[in-house]
Write a protein that binds this ligand. Structure first.
Ligand SMILES: NC(=O)c1ccc[n+]([C@@H]2O[C@H](COP(=O)([O-])OP(=O)(O)OC[C@H]3O[C@@H](n4cnc5c(N)ncnc54)[C@H](OP(=O)(O)O)[C@@H]3O)[C@@H](O)[C@H]2O)c1
Length: 284
């Protein structure tokens, strides 16, 4: 299949390209250097030139605090950008996979969110991703919206590396106990997407590693498996930590739809251990 991937240099896009290349697809990966998706004319022209059969829109402005400071820019970049991609894809009869986020939910319920639960974003990043979902659905019926959360990836900035850097430098660690979601390995998500492509079953999916935890529990798990068992973490709450964006407090996703098409993801603890092992950081 001819596949166009946006956000190709990002955490997810780069893993996707690596995995799809092994599956006999013809891949074109682009990032903001090749196309700014806020430019509709340029998006339409490039998509027509490449004439993909599938577009995977992974590009986004993922700086949640930046989005909180410039909410209109977030809507234009993440929301309208997704709409431009979906309209351009529809013009060449291509299907669309739009990567969205757990932050489209308000985080106020006490059970993990299922695919068709009511969305209600509470911060500008979540709102911009929600606008993207809406614009994709309005542009084409042939969409797969894939929500995910707390991605960690090799070679980039991520929560695991930040915790380990702080422990290594002997910095005091303070981590919130009341922000809960699913840590998700970008390689596992990419593998799940490769399988989702094969299904041609449209709709909304929650592709996350199974299970969930607080940021505090995630940090504790990382330290306990990298030889930093003795390093203490001070538990704090979201209200102790002033930042521009307010994350939804309890926003784990439940992967119901993916399981029905044979795409379960392994538990987040196994994924973190696999990540640490590949980084050479795992200590018994
Ligand atoms: N990371 C997470 O924890 C997480 C959680 C839930 C959902 N998601 C979603 O998953 C997707 C992939 O995330 P990721 O972590 O791989 O993101 P990432 O590493 O930040 O990569 C996103 C890429 O998109 C590019 N981009 C930004 N604005 C663009 C524009 N207007 N036109 C074209 N390209 C643009 C970025 O370029 P610059 O670097 O130059 O800005 C970057 O290369 C995103 O849609 C994100 O919203 C991520």
């Amino acid at each position: 299949m001819r596949i166009l991937i946006t956000g190709a240099r990002g955490r997810l896009g780069s893993a996707l390209i690596a995995q799809l290349a092994n599956n006999n697809h013809t891949i074109t990966g682009i990032d903001i250097q090749e196309l700014d998706v806020t430019d509709f004319a340029a998006t339409l022209s490039l998509v027509k030139e490449i004439a993909p059969e599938l577009v995977i829109h992974s590009a986004a402005w993922t700086d949640v605090d930046g989005c909180a400071k410039e909410p209109d820019r977030a809507i234009i970049q993440n929301g309208f950008g997704a709409g431009h991609i979906a309209q351009a894809a529809e013009s060449v009869n291509a299907r669309v996979i739009y990567i969205s986020s757990n932050e489209v939910f308000d985080g106020r319920q006490n059970l993990p969110y299922r695919e068709y639960d009511l969305t209600n974003p509470i911060n500008p990043y979540g709102y911009s991703k929600w606008v993207g979902e809406k614009m994709v659905r309005e542009a084409t019926p042939r969409y797969q919206i894939v929500r995910t959360s707390w991605l960690f990836a090799h070679g980039g900035k991520n929560f695991i590396q930040s915790i380990l850097n702080a422990a290594n430098e002997g910095k005091p660690l303070k981590v919130v106990t009341d922000e809960v979601a699913n840590p998700t390995y970008n390689d596992d998500l990419a593998a799940a997407l490769v399988r989702l492509i094969e299904t041609e079953r449209f709709g909304i999916y929650h592709l996350v590693n199974q299970g969930y935890c607080s940021r505090y529990d995630f940090a504790r798990f990382i330290l306990d498996h990298t030889g930093y068992n003795g390093v203490e973490i001070q538990p704090i709450s979201l209200s102790d930590w002033a930042r521009p964006s307010s994350p939804p407090p309890f926003s784990p996703l439940e992967n119901l739809a993916g399981k029905t098409v044979g795409i379960p993801l392994r538990p987040w603890q196994d994924a973190v251990i696999a990540f640490l092992e590949r980084e050479g950081l795992l200590r018994a």
